[in-house]
Design a protein around this ligand. Structure first.
Ligand SMILES: [Fe+2]
Ligand SMILES: [Fe+2]
Length: 207
C-alpha cells in the first residue's frame, strides 16, 4: 500500500521561516521536546567525555607482554569517543543549546563510570561495561526521539553502531587474554623500594 504524500504548503513554510530566524536550524516544524533533547544530548556528551578520559588512562597504564595491542585499541576507542563528543556538541549548538564541558559535574552527569582498573583484564572489562551502558542509553534516546527529530536520531544511530563495534572488540580482547598479574599502581617516577642486600654470613657446615 502506498503512503499518500501531502502537498507542501510552500507559502506557510516561507512565512514560518521568516519568523524567529535567530533560532537557526530550529524551525516551527521541529516537533521534539527541545529542552529534553538537549538534556539527553548533554548527558551523552558527559558520558563520551568520561569514556575518553578512562580509555586514555587505560592506554597509558596498560602493562605486560599482551598490552601493546590492547593499549593501541584503547587509544583508538578514546579518539572515537572524542569524535562522538564533538558530534554531540555540534548538534547541541545547532538546536540552540550549550554543550556542558564543566569538569566539576562531568562524572555525575555521565551514564558510564570512571573506573581505573588494576590490570589489563580489569581495564578491558570496565570499558566493556561502559560501552554496554552507552549502547542502552543511545538505544533509549533513539527510541524516544522516533520521527520527531530525525537528524539527531540518525546521528545517535551512527554513534550507537560504533559503540556496538567497540563492545564487540572488547569482548574479543577479553576472551583472548590470558590471566595477568596486577599492575604496579605507583606513578612511573617512583622507584620500587630497595630490598636489603643478601646476607653475606656463612652458615657453619654441619660436621
Ligand atoms: Fe562513543
Ligand atoms: Fe565506545
Amino acid at each position: 500500500m502506498t503512503h499518500p504524500v501531502k502537498p507542501l504548503d510552500l507559502q506557510a513554510v516561507r512565512r514560518a521561516a521568516r519568523q524567529h530566524i535567530e533560532n537557526g536550524a530550529v524551525t516551527a516544524g521541529y516537533s521534539a521536546d527541545r529542552p529534553a533533547v538537549l538534556k539527553m544530548l548533554n548527558e551523552s556528551l558527559a558520558t563520551e567525555l568520561v569514556c575518553v578520559l578512562r580509555y586514555r588512562r587505560h592506554h597509558f597504564m596498560a602493562r605486560g607482554i599482551h598490552s601493546q595491542a590492547v593499549a593501541a585499541e584503547f587509544l583508538a576507542h578514546a579518539n572515537e569517543e572524542l569524535a562522538h563528543a564533538d558530534l554531540l556538541a555540534t548538534r547541541i549548538v545547532q538546536l540552540g543549546g550549550e554543550p556542558d564541558f564543566s569538569p566539576d559535574t562531568l562524572l555525575s552527569r555521565s551514564h558510564a563510570e570512571y573506573v581505573e582498573g588494576h590490570n589489563l583484564a580489569d581495564m578491558i572489562r570496565e570499558n566493556l561495561i561502559a560501552e554496554r551502558i552507552a549502547i542502552d542509553s543511545y538505544r533509549h534516546g533513539i527510541a524516544s526521539l522516533g520521527e520527531q527529530d530525525t537528524t539527531t536520531r540518525i546521528m545517535l544511530e551512527s554513534i550507537l553502531a560504533m559503540e556496538e563495534e567497540h563492545a564487540d572488540d572488547l569482548a574479543d580482547l577479553l576472551q583472548n587474554l590470558p590471566p595477568l598479574p596486577a599492575i604496579d599502581p605507583r606513578p612511573a617516577h617512583q622507584s620500587p623500594p630497595k630490598l636489603p642486600p643478601p646476607s653475606k654470613k656463612h652458615h657453619k657446615e654441619k660436621s
